[in-house]
Design a protein around this ligand. Structure first.
Ligand code: PDD
Length: 284
């Protein structure tokens, strides 16, 4: 039997019901996080929780419980579902109330969550194909909201073209993937869009920036153009699900020689070492 989290309780999956007037359902009025689980342990938990608190603050959604309480419940959820390598997903909506656009008085937030198996990708080194998609999203992409239609349409374009991800751009400027951050390498330097309102500041992005600094790989957080993307020596995406994944083809163009780049693989290996440390610590 699988279990879900509903408010402060674990319930059998089939008992999970949503009110049809929940504002998450009607307006996408809510926030979420997706956290990777390795050997039953949540990875980069603190960063995810910090971002959740920030998303809630920006949208003036009251968290229904403390972060400690939420963390304990998510740990129980992982245990009850016997998740080794997996993914925890949870969302908090503003709550259920008769439909009106402004925040209804006295509405209480609704928390729901799940934990599922999500094995690590064994073919990561092969790299992925991506397509380009105009970034049509709103201007607060820094908030992790349930409103993902721009991302959904971009990902659908990727799917229809046999690609794994869509790299979004506003005019000439590359912003981020449909559900990932984008990095390029030029002349030994990492370049990625600054963490402003045009992108989600990925927890994996932040972790990779930290790995780069430990490996003495120079980093520049600045915008870059489509032209720079096509001329890049290497390109890769980062996200909770993808970890560090090389991009080897953009539309019909290979990135450099069409193989995963050296710096990309160095970072991917450093990421693996961090995951393996978590796994070893769990075993001992
Ligand atoms: N997506 N940018 C966007 C638009 C995203 O949706 C995500 C993550 C990221 C990477 O963030 P992080 O490294 O914290 O996962 C960047 C998650 C995984 C999702 O929606 O499933």
């Amino acid at each position: 039997m699988s279990f879900i989290l509903y408010q402060n309780q674990l319930l059998p999956r089939e008992k999970g019901k949503v009110d049809m007037e929940d504002r998450g359902y009607q307006f996408g009025d809510g926030i979420y996080e997706a956290i990777r689980v390795y050997s039953g342990q949540m990875f980069l938990l603190e960063g995810h929780m910090k971002r959740l608190v920030r998303s809630a603050r920006e949208l003036r959604i009251k968290l229904p419980c403390s972060i400690e309480n939420l963390t304990d419940n998510l740990k129980q959820l992982i245990k009850r579902n016997a998740i080794g390598d997996g993914m925890v997903y949870f969302q908090i909506t503003r709550g259920a109330a008769p439909r009106k656009h402004y925040f209804p008085d006295g509405v209480s937030p609704v928390l729901t969550g799940s934990a599922t198996l999500f094995p690590r990708d064994k073919h990561r080194e092969e790299g992925i194909k991506v397509v380009l998609a105009e970034d049509i999203r709103w201007l607060r992409c820094d908030i992790k909201t349930l409103n993902l239609l721009g991302n959904v349409l971009a990902k659908q374009k990727a799917h229809e073209n046999g690609a794994e991800e869509a790299i979004q751009h506003r005019g000439d400027i590359v912003t981020e993937g449909a559900s990932s951050n984008v990095f390029i390498v030029r002349g030994g330097k990492l370049i990625t869009h600054p963490a402003d309102h045009y992108i989600l500041n990925g927890i994996t992005r932040l972790f990779v920036l930290d790995l780069a600094s430990k490996l003495n790989i120079p980093v520049v957080e600045r915008t870059f153009t489509l032209e720079e993307l096509f001329a890049a020596d290497e390109a890769f995406i980062t996200s909770t699900g993808n970890e560090v994944k090389p991009v080897t083809q953009i539309d019909d163009h290979p990135v450099s020689d069409g193989k995963a780049g050296e710096i990309t693989l160095k970072l991917a290996e450093a990421f693996d070492r961090a995951v393996n440390r978590v796994k070893r610590a769990t075993l001992s």
